[in-house]
Structures are given as structure tokens and as C-alpha cells.
Write a protein that binds this ligand. Sequence first.
Ligand code: HXC
Length: 291
Amino acid sequence: MFRTDLFAGKRFLISGGGTGLGRIMMERFVELGADCVICGRRGSVLEETARDVMARHPGRRVDTFAVDIRVATAVEEMIDQIWAGGPLDGLVNNAAGNFISQTKDLSPRAFDAIANIVLHGTFYMTNACGKRWIAEQRKASVISILTTWVWTGSPFVVPSAMSKAGVAVMTQSLAVEWGRHGIRLNAIAPGPFPTEGAWARLNPGGDNDDRYKTRNPMGRVGRPNELANMAAFLMSDEVAYINGEIIAIDGGMGIMGNGTFSNMMAYSEDDWRRIREQIQSTNAADKAKRS
Ligand code: HXC
């Protein structure tokens, strides 16, 4: 789908890049010629990922930084060190925290645990890179990973929905404020992409997997490669005029619930035949009354 030298000479930072979707996006960038930096809380996980990816892509470099993005000073220090090794050309705000809970059961610390990662941490990362890009007059691309809840809200994940909606507004605001510096900000709103980290907290027990067969127009969950392709597309200079967009990648699930007749997705051919016969008989009765 892409030229293998698409990202030659580029260097991208991916938060939460040691595992899950962050790792998959990073690996796609590396396949396409980029060097990457991944950060996360667990240094050993990051190092193992970096070793593995570099072994499979000789000549490419993946650097690692153990950091908690909730700590602004730690983010600033990390970005300083990264820049000392060379400037970045892009950032993927992928690190997140989330768990399913009734909102009435959340303590203030529980809310903060999510908001500090998703809302605050994403801002710290974006601004630490942005101010350097502006100072150096360097073009760059930022992608933030959101969810479709930024448009609809979602019960039982309120701190995440609120925080990601904040990042959506950051994306639009900075797309305008920083556009004149050649810095683009876009976001991806994925639907269900099962990864170990997310599924353990959002689908504990795995007993809800079937809902995606009936509640998703495509009848399945997302494939990680599909998300990686979208990230590579948005990151690329080839689409440098896309700025401030939030693009869903969810098989159409986010808009399905809004349709009055969405429940009819589950109807069989027999159900549809019965419906047609009922409507035809109503029409015939009306005609008979009129004649
Ligand atoms: C109620 C809970 C809770 C739960 C934690 N808390 N889990 N409350 N229900 N299930 C409360 C704790 O009791 C505590 O409050 C407060 O939250 C902080 O908990 P800690 O464990 O001390 O937090 P911390 O160690 O900082 O861990 C942060 C975390 C953790 C967010 C809770 O899950 C984490 O590190 N997650 C990172 C990875 C992750 O979440 N990945 C999934 C992302 S999926 P008190 O008051 O008791 O002290 C995603 C969207 C996917 O973002 C979209 C798919 C469609």
C-alpha cells in the first residue's frame, strides 16, 4: 500500500509504543523507512520491543525512554534528551489509560488516574514537541489516538470519554494555531481493536466479544494493520493538506447506533419477507378503501 522509502530520513516518537497498537504503528513506520523513539512506563518492555523490531529491520533505529507522561517535568526532560540525538518529525499520542466502571463508583483519584494520562499527558507531550518545532521552523505531524466516544460520549468510561474529547479539541485548536508553522495535527478514532491492555480493562472475562458481530456493520473487530495503515497515511507528507481532522476507523459502528432501524441488521430473510408482506397488505387495504 505504501512506498518502502515513504519515511526515509524521518524520526517519529510514539507514546505507549512498546505494546499493543502503539507498537504496531511504530513497526509500520519502521517498515516504511523511519527511525522511531518509543516511550512508556516499563523500560524493559520497551527495550525488548526495540531489540525485536531492529533485528527484523536491519539499518533502522528504535530508541526507548521510560517515562510516565503524567509528570510534566519528566516529559520535558525526555524530549530534551530525544532532541539531543536529533529532532523529531512526528509524534503519535497513543498512550492511554482506561477501565470500565459505573461512574458513581469512581473516586476522584480514579478520575485523575485516567485524565492525567490521556488529557494532561497528551498535552505535555504535544506542547513539548510543538514548541521545539516552532523554534526550529520545522514541519511536523501529530496524530492522537482517540475513540468514537468523542462524538457520542459513552457510559461507563466517562473519564476516558471526557479526556479524549479534550484531546479532540486540542487537535482542532492547534491545527489552526500551529498550521502556519507547518505543523499538522490529526486524530484517529478507532472502534474496537482488541489488544491485551485495552481488552483486560474494557472487556474483562472476554464475555462481550460477540457483540461486535451483531453491533458492527462489518461484523468484526478491527485488524491492527488497518489502524497502522491509517496512521502511516496521516503521518505522510503526501497528505500534508489534511489538518485538524478526526477520522473514525470502526467499520461504521459509531454511526450504526444512531440509525432508527439499526436493530434490523439482525433480521433474517424470513423476517424481511414477513415485513414486505405486512406492508403490501396494508397498502392493498388502503387502496381498497380509496376505490
Ligand atoms: C473503579 C478503579 C478501578 C476500577 C482503578 N481504580 N481501577 N476504580 N473501578 N476498575 C481506582 C483505584 O481504586 C484508585 O483510586 C485510582 O483508580 C488509581 O488506581 P491505581 O491503580 O493506583 O492507578 P495507576 O497505577 O496510576 O494506574 C492507572 C490505570 C491503569 C489507568 C488505573 O489501568 C493503567 O495504568 N492503565 C494503562 C493501560 C490502559 O489502561 N490501557 C487501556 C487503554 S484503552 P483510589 O481512590 O482507590 O485510590 C483506551 C480506549 C480503548 O484508552 C477504546 C476501545 C474501544
